[in-house]
Design a protein around this ligand. Structure first.
Ligand code: BGC
Length: 281
């Protein structure tokens, strides 16, 4: 995150009202998850920086960056597709910070292939991490929220869950059918949870990023030719940055968005506007 963004978030810290709340951010060692964990940490959230087994060093780096900005963080090791590891990570988070108020279920990956060549392992890996991982983390968060009860001095919500979806929850994606299927699933996981838990004041929403510069899609933006092709799909005329998503996550996690429930916020520079139809059709 650049210094200007850090200063902007730090200056708005009181307005977000997130000080003292605790967030679990999954997939927090790179890309959108890392930036969102940093943004929350700078805004005063105590952050559990989730990483896969073996990713401890990177998680420590994120924690150190949060602490250097005056925040509090701990690494949270768990493969999100592993039930025991997820539950144990939530137990450690509650043990250390006393409660969890926010889940940003972000961890995700792609394993694209021509459909006739896609292996069952490719399919399973993507569904396991992107969809089952979000189920397991949301379930652990919901169980904790219900057991803990309201803390009205901290938040008007019992808890807040943000699912990281994608424009591909709605846009079909040839050669990435496992990924598109996982994000379509995330959309209805989110909406069904929002319907089930609204009366308990668990606020559930999703963010659907478009093309954001992260390690997941370097092929799509690193060369001039690739970027020119990609920009044809983005009416706003620039490829997204991780800060674009992090500041949306911050707002959705905060109680500034307290009446936003069951929504997907598209942060995509207009990718959902079907730009190929401009002047055509
Ligand atoms: C994918 C990226 C892709 C973007 C737009 C995201 O969900 O992870 O690889 O660039 O959607 O297609």
């Amino acid at each position: 995150m650049d210094d200007r963004s850090k200063m902007r978030i730090a200056a708005a810290r009181a307005a977000y009202g997130l000080e003292g709340q605790v967030a679990v951010v999954t997939g927090a060692t790179s890309g959108i998850g890392r930036e969102s964990a940093l943004a929350m940490g700078i805004a005063g959230v105590r952050v559990v920086v989730n990483h896969r087994p073996g990713g401890e060093d990177k998680a420590q780096e994120v924690c150190a960056e949060i602490e250097a900005a005056g925040g509090t963080a701990m690494p949270g090791c768990a493969d999100v597709s592993d039930e025991k590891q997820v539950d144990a990570m939530f137990e450690r988070a509650v043990g250390k910070f006393g409660a969890v108020h926010i889940l940003l279920a972000n961890a995700g990956l792609q394993r694209g292939a021509r459909f006739e060549e896609m292996t069952l392992a490719d399919w399973r890996m993507v569904i396991d991490v992107n969809l089952t991982g979000q189920f397991l983390c949301a379930r652990a968060a919901v169980r904790h929220f219900l057991a803990r009860g309201m803390q009205p001095e901290i938040s008007p919500a019992l808890g807040k869950i943000i699912h990281m979806s994608s424009v591909h929850q709605g846009i079909p994606w040839a050669f990435e059918v496992n990924y598109a299927a996982s994000k379509g699933g995330v959309m209805l996981l989110m909406k069904s949870l929002a319907q089930e838990f609204g009366d308990r004041r668990i606020r559930v929403n999703a963010i659907a990023p478009g093309a954001i510069k992260t390690p997941i899609n370097t092929d799509a933006w690193q060369t001039d030719e690739a970027r020119a092709e990609l920009l044809k799909l983005i009416p706003y005329g620039r490829v997204g940055e991780t800060i674009d998503i992090a500041q949306t996550a911050l707002w959705l996690a905060s109680d500034l968005s307290d009446y936003v429930h069951g929504e997907t916020i598209f942060v995509d520079g207009g990718m959902m506007l079907y730009p190929a139809f401009r002047g055509g059709g």
